[in-house]
Design a protein around this ligand. Structure first.
Ligand code: FES
Length: 287
């Protein structure tokens, strides 16, 4: 998070005393690219204007099913936000009000959560979300170069695409939103990127360009691991906990690189000593 001066805290994000704040980590490629959201874009998240919620009529049953999973309804907020995102491709003010209504929360409480997590998008997302890991290990292995290459490839001449910006019309077939991401927990396979949170391991700038070009043509190249690729809205529905097709959960889930240490130990007959049965656990500090 980068701020440029004294600011105020809003929903886990810092809003500067000036016009903008940066929604991700600092972008090493450009100091102030399009990864900033204007105050005009953030202010609607706290408006009291009543939105038309009829766009969510088709998911009321799903919302109630999510809520029924939890002893306290407010605990259902995170999957509920994914659910509204599956309808519009982002968490709109209407989506916030829908969650507030169903969970008997204040819209400000829902906004505070929706604006804290980067998985909840505040602007309409493309058909596909491409997340490039630019955290330390991937960056050193080429993640920064991949991100920069995709920004330029998907942008216009002299105007590379910025963080959370979209090539094409959001929601339309072939549209792609790109973002730089923090560690995606696949450092042994870096540099990695994800499309709609499915992994594409061991990437290069050339492979990443081929991948986004295929997405723009309407193709869905198979991820290296995990379930087949769908689209951002469908992935959001899965994140809300709805796996309606067998294919939603099929696919390889492990990689040889991840298991290399365990495989080496197995090949050489190495084992860890068993934990003695009588080891006492340390006393917990009383609070
Ligand atoms: S640094 Fe990229 S997956 Fe960990």
């Amino acid at each position: 998070m980068t701020t440029s001066g004294p600011g105020q805290t809003y929903g886990g994000s810092s809003v500067t005393g000036g016009e903008t704040y940066q929604a991700g980590h600092d972008d090493s490629t450009t100091a102030m690219d399009a990864s900033v959201l204007s105050r005009a874009e953030t202010t609607p998240l706290i408006t009291e204007i009543r939105e038309d919620l009829s766009v969510f009529d088709g998911i009321v049953d799903k919302a109630r099913a999510i809520i029924a999973r939890y002893p306290q309804s407010r605990s259902a907020l995170l999957p509920m936000l994914h659910l509204v995102q599956s309808v519009q491709g982002y968490v709109s003010q209407a989506g916030i009000q829908f969650c507030a209504r169903e969970l008997e929360l204040a819209p400000a409480e829902v906004s505070a959560v929706a604006t804290f997590y980067t998985m909840y998008k505040r602007k309409p997302c493309g058909e596909h979300l491409v997340s490039v890991c630019t955290n330390t290990l991937c960056a050193a292995l080429g993640g920064d170069e991949i991100y920069q290459t995709l920004r330029e490839h998907l942008g216009e001449p002299g105007k590379p695409l910025g963080h959370e910006e979209t090539a094409g019309t959001p929601g339309e077939p072939g549209s792609i939103t790109i973002e730089h991401a923090e560690c995606l927990a696949a450092c042994d396979l870096g540099p990695v990127l994800q499309v709609n949170y499915e992994f594409y391991d061991n990437q290069t700038p050339e492979k990443a360009v081929e991948l986004v070009d295929a997405l723009r043509r309407g193709e869905k190249p198979a991820p290296t691991r995990g379930a087949p690729l769908t689209d951002f809205k469908d992935a959001s529905l899965q994140l809300a906990g709805f796996f309606d097709r067998e294919s939603d959960v099929e696919g390889p889930s492990q990689a040889a690189e991840t298991l290399a240490g365990a495989q080496l130990a197995q090949d050489r007959g190495w084992t860890a000593p068993a934990m003695p049965a009588n080891v006492a656990f340390p006393d917990l500090e009383k609070k």
